[in-house]
Ligand binder design. Structure first.
Ligand SMILES: Cc1cc2nc3c(=O)[nH]c(=O)nc-3n(C[C@H](O)[C@H](O)[C@H](O)COP(=O)(O)O)c2cc1C
Length: 367
């Protein structure tokens, strides 16, 4: 495709900057093959671990919908409602590395020009566990994977040294990133959790350790709502629930705020934006803040499992917007609005009025 959509990100050539995120759309060989046939520039596999995991009984994902007139929010399907968010408590792939290995090789052979990124995860409490990260990374790159994404952000972990608990600990995430970089011959992306006070601190840890890019956001820790008729959580097993992850439209503005913090702090680094993207107008936000690729999960799950119509809309929307604006490539608009996010005191006040960031007497401050 020579339509101006092609882009280079962390040294990898993407025919377009849109990837399926690590999640159910990328959980199998057939899904990934279908996704590539549908036009996605790349995919990040469902997170691969060394050992099989067991998911909860019953559904692992549901969709929260709002009724526009009343504002009612519920997971129950009903006519006229609009998607608010996805909620999931799905763990990483229930297929372990051995299952994935031959499949990764076959996918790459069938689609050599598409970018196949392997998402991997292990514990990090001992040298042996750090070697697990290395084993996963080496095995995936040996099968031809073009990059490795470190899952430092899964929100469901009980262990203190796994998933988002690594992503909240700048030292631990540096240790893991260094360990993987020691063996990696392909770019390494660090997928961070948004569940942190100042994500710039974690981003700095990842970059200092050698990460080639940061991916953000994973899902936001959250609970399903209580059904007022049954007084049960709308998603539960035997009446019990644990915090899960929120994705979809509701997290787009939240994820953008995290992204803006990072792209401003590290304007020369590479970022892959995720969260609430279903059409090009959504993705454009991430690009204008400085992202070089954008990933999609929830919208694709709701569109034939791998988003054939979503990727069509994303590429068509990007091509039309570029044509209208006279942009020749993503480089012409990446980061255009990055410096427009400023501190409150830098926003203009009405004529004659002034605001000094709360430091000097101005009504509510002591005079
Ligand atoms: C059901 C489900 C499973 C997911 N599994 C993973 C996973 O295995 N690894 C990972 O890094 N992110 C996982 N995610 C997070 C997504 O990759 C993505 O970061 C998040 O859903 C936000 O994007 P969205 O708003 O497009 O859904 C999962 C999300 C959902 C909804």
């Amino acid at each position: 495709m020579s339509n101006g959509l092609a882009t280079t990100f962390t040294g990898l050539r993407f025919e377009n900057p849109f990837l399926l995120a690590s999640a159910p759309p990328t959980e199998s060989e057939s899904n990934i093959m279908r996704a590539f046939d549908a036009g996605w520039g790349g995919v990040v596999t469902k997170t691969i671990g060394l050992h099989p995991v067991t998911n909860v009984a019953g559904p692992k994902t549901k969709f929260l919908r709002s009724t526009p007139e009343s504002g009612h929010l519920s997971m129950q399907k009903r006519p006229g409602s609009a998607l608010h968010s996805s909620w999931n408590w799905e763990l990483i792939s229930d297929k372990a590395l051995d299952w994935w290995i031959p499949r990764l090789g076959r996918i790459k052979k069938a689609h050599p020009s598409k970018m196949l990124i392997a998402s991997v995860m292990a514990g990090s409490g001992s040298d042996e566990e750090l070697r697990h990260w290395q084993e996963l990374a080496k095995a995936c790159q040996n099968e031809g994977c073009d990059g490795i994404e470190l899952n430092l952000s899964c929100p469901h972990m009980d262990r203190k040294d796994m998933g988002s608990n690594i992503g909240k600990d700048p030292e631990l995430l540096s240790v893991v990133t260094v360990a993987v970089k020691e063996v990696a011959k392909v770019p390494v992306w660090a997928k961070l959790t948004p569940s942190t006070t100042d994500i710039v601190v974690e981003a700095k840890g990842a970059f200092l350790a050698g990460a080639d890019a940061i991916t953000s956001s994973n899902t936001f820790p959250s609970l399903p709502l209580v059904d007022p008729n049954t007084l049960e959580f709308e998603m539960n097993v035997d009446g019990l629930v644990s915090p899960g992850g929120l994705g979809g439209p509701a997290i787009l503005p939240l994820s953008l705020a995290k992204m803006a913090q990072m792209t401003q702090a590290f304007p020369d680094k590479s970022f892959s934006g995720i969260g609430g993207v279903a059409e090009f107008a959504h993705a454009l936000n991430y690009f204008l803040l400085g992202c070089g690729t954008v990933q999609v999960c929830t919208a694709a799950m709701l569109d034939h499992a791998v988003g054939p119509n979503i990727i069509k809309a994303l590429t068509t929307g990007m091509a039309e917007t570029m044509e209208k604006r006279g942009w020749k490539s993503l480089d012409d608009f990446r980061g255009l609005l990055r410096d427009r996010v400023v501190s409150h005191s830098q926003i203009r006040r009405p004529e004659g009025a002034d605001y000094r960031g709360g430091y000097e007497a101005e009504g509510y401050a002591a005079s």
